[in-house]
Write a protein that binds this ligand. Structure first.
Ligand code: PRX
Length: 655
């Protein structure tokens, strides 16, 4: 931040009533946490979480970095999200305002959500699903999607939600890795006026093999389309739940019992199943909703993420429900029937807190600039009081537009930095306490010991860019990678830092004067495209799996105005390098292939064909050179170690 950077202080009236009110209150919380981390987290865990058996131990670090929190306490996540609210008198309060793709709206009260979750939970139990079993949920945004997650939590089954945009192949890999006994899906999903398959993709995934653990596929009816049905494996959700009791005794689990697995990409290997524990995760989900979003009894919260991502877990399926809030759940897409959909829904439902991704904002800016009718100015957005951003850096221009045109200049924007692995917000403004600077996620959430260090783990002075780490464990941190504890230890608590620090995988710099953090991007081979995280290796593996065509592939990211980053693939074919129309046709074939192998979100935007790739004499692909070519930059780096320097010019010319 320079001296001239705009500063947006918290609005006075909002700050006066905020849960964390004023910078001094923030500083006090940080000081409390720093002085006695266990005392601090223990106090909050008693305040924010309902326990069946109270814990007596806060942190158990005897097996570090496999940290355990509150591990002699027992609880149930679904009881915390549902009955606990009903006992507080919120049974009739609306939990979910579900808006379907076609605009149909359904209100679901806390009591109704409990009944639905209980019936599904009883049905799962009747099918033999027990504590610790894995259940894969492959559904779109829906009431049953949320209820199914709650139902699993209720009986101690570990859910693993797979985003409905992933392909059969990607779904198969996740089912196989979890060893799930059951898959919950729907006949179809509806997005942007189109009916898209779900059940058919589950069938295809299971047919690919390696999923012998799956005994049943439970199918919710969304569109009523005829779908292939395989008795006795396949069962209709409604038929299963109809006869079930609306009561279901929760399975009281230890705080460390896994609540869910969620697959995410790393720089190497296959996607990893990030494992979260029940107690610590719920604490942070509730606490961050309370402090970062300042969620209150009369708020209408809307997080636009999908339940297939971590944001949809923490800020739809668990956090808002922990607080007894009312939230909007949206089935559709921001551009259907037109790019005013978000603004129309905020107006219609009187949303007060709106949480979305920079990619969505950037594409809606473009749409509003092209068509005045979908500009937020055309809608009444006066109900809004807080805005949020998540998933990727928000560029100052998009921030300012969001602030002015969506927030009417009066709503603080919380730019929340966090990750699948962290369970909830790590570095974020608090709306009543933090002065905002566009493009900075500002300061650590109280209790999170974020720091910027060099390669050996020494903390760097403010103003110097380096590696983002977390110096102390926190309750909602990743517990392990499912089935691969060594990958967890090596990847997140590396030897370079003597295994002491959590490595986020991002670079960061702190402002020389304020200490505010700015995230400078991933320091590994992970790409962030439209807020979706993908490993370059995964895409490369998908490309070379097309063995009849592809000899070699290297994937890098390049900046993109709308999607943040775009995927750029350099491909060597098993036939002469194509040009012109042939190159276009082959590039399309490869894009569709990647969509089939992983999902449409992984389709490379650019594909460049070469006779070879730039390699060192020892055969290592020089990715930094490819990054320059992808960006269209002149190559200024030293290329003297290259085996085949002439290839650079060829790759730069093809597009
Ligand atoms: O690079 C950071 C970026 O997204 C990564 C985490 O991706 P994922 O696990 O899919 O979780 C996304 C939703 C929390 C991070 O390593 N990222 C996330 N939020 C921000 C961000 N980069 C900059 N600013 C953010 N607010």
């Amino acid at each position: 931040m320079s001296d001239t950077a705009a500063l947006y202080p918290p609005p006075t009236a909002l700050a006066a009533k905020a849960h964390v009110s004023g910078r001094a209150a923030y500083d006090r919380l940080v000081a409390e946490a720093d002085a006695d981390p266990e005392g601090y987290w223990g106090r909050l865990a008693r305040e924010y979480v309902g326990w069946k058996t109270p814990f007596t131990r806060v942190l158990d670090d005897s097996r570090a970095p496999f940290f355990e929190w509150f591990n002699d306490g027992t609880l149930n996540a679904s009881w915390n999200c549902l009955e606990r609210n009903i006992e507080r008198g919120l049974g009739a309060k609306t939990a979910l305002i579900f808006e379907a793709d076609d605009g149909a709206v359904t209100h679901v009260s806390y009591r109704q959500l409990l009944v639905r979750a209980n019936r599904i939970a009883n049905a799962l139990r009747a099918l033999g699903v027990k504590k610790g079993d894995r259940v894969v949920i492959y559904m779109a945004m829906s009431i049953d999607g949320v209820a199914a997650m709650q139902a699993c939590a209720r009986i101690g089954a570990i859910h693993s939600v797979v985003f409905g945009g992933f392909s059969a192949h990607a779904l198969r890999d996740r089912i196989a890795d979890t060893g799930a006994c059951l898959v919950i899906t729907a006949d179809q999903q509806v997005r942007g006026g189109k009916q898209l398959p779900l059940k058919a993709i589950v069938d295809e995934a299971l047919a690919q093999g390696g999923c012998a653990s799956v005994r049943h596929v439970v199918v919710a009816r969304r569109t009523g389309a005829a779908v292939p049905f395989q008795a006795p494996r396949d069962l209709w959700l409604n038929e299963l739940v109809d006869g079930q009791s609306e009561h279901c005794e929760p399975e009281w689990v230890e705080a460390e019992h896994p609540l869910f697995l969620l697959y995410t990409s790393g720089s190497t290997g296959t996607p990893k199943g990030v494992q979260h524990a029940t107690g610590g995760y719920l604490l942070h989900a509730a606490l961050t909703c309370h402090w970062t979003f300042d969620m209150k009894a009369d708020d209408i919260f809307w997080c636009t993420a999908d339940i297939g991502w971590v944001t949809g877990h923490t800020y739809i399926a668990y956090g808002p429900l922990m607080l007894g809030a009312t939230q909007i759940v949206f089935e559709g897409v921001p551009t259907y029937p037109d790019a005013g959909r978000f603004w129309k829904m905020i107006e219609a439902h009187r949303a007060t807190i709106f949480y979305t991704a920079p990619t969505a904002i950037r594409s809606l800016i473009k749409a509003a600039e092209a068509n005045e009718a979908v500009h937020p100015a055309r809608y009444d957005l006066a109900s809004l009081r807080i805005l949020g951003s998540v998933g990727e850096p928000i560029n100052p221009a998009a921030w300012t537009w969001y602030h002015q045109h969506v927030g009417g200049g009066r709503c603080p924007i919380v730019d929340t930095f966090w990750q699948t692995e962290t369970g909830g917000h790590m570095i974020t403004p608090l709306p009543g306490a933090t002065d905002l600077v566009p493009g900075s996620c500002t300061l650590p959430f109280p209790g999170i010991a974020a720091a910027v260090v060099d390669e050996t783990g020494n903390e760097l002075p403010w103003g110097q860019g380096g590696i983002l780490v977390v110096k102390r464990p926190w309750p909602s941190m990743i517990r392990t990678i499912w089935g691969n504890p060594e990958r967890f230890r090596k990847g997140y608590f590396p030897e370079e830092f003597q295994g002491r620090y959590y490595l986020a995988g991002d670079g960061a710099i702190r402002d020389a004067k304020t200490g505010y953090f700015t995230i400078t991007g991933r320091i590994d081979d992970v790409l962030n495209v439209s807020g979706h995280r993908m490993g370059t290796m995964e895409i490369e593996s998908a490309l070379v799996a097309k063995t009849d065509l592809v000899a070699e592939a290297a994937v890098v990211g390049r900046p993109d105005d709308t999607t943040g980053e775009a995927i750029c693939a350099f491909v060597v074919l098993k036939r002469p390098r194509p040009t012109g129309e042939e190159a276009k046709a082959l590039a399309n074939e490869l894009r569709n292939w990647v969509a089939k192998e992983i999902g449409p979100i992984a389709k490379p935007k650019d594909i460049r064909f070469g006779d070879n790739l730039p390699k060192t004499r020892s055969g290592k692909i020089m990715r930094r050179l490819l990054r320059s070519i992808a960006k269209g930059e002149a190559i200024t780096q030293d290329t003297s170690t290259l085996e085949n320097p002439a290839i650079l010019e060829q790759l730069a010319q093809t597009n």
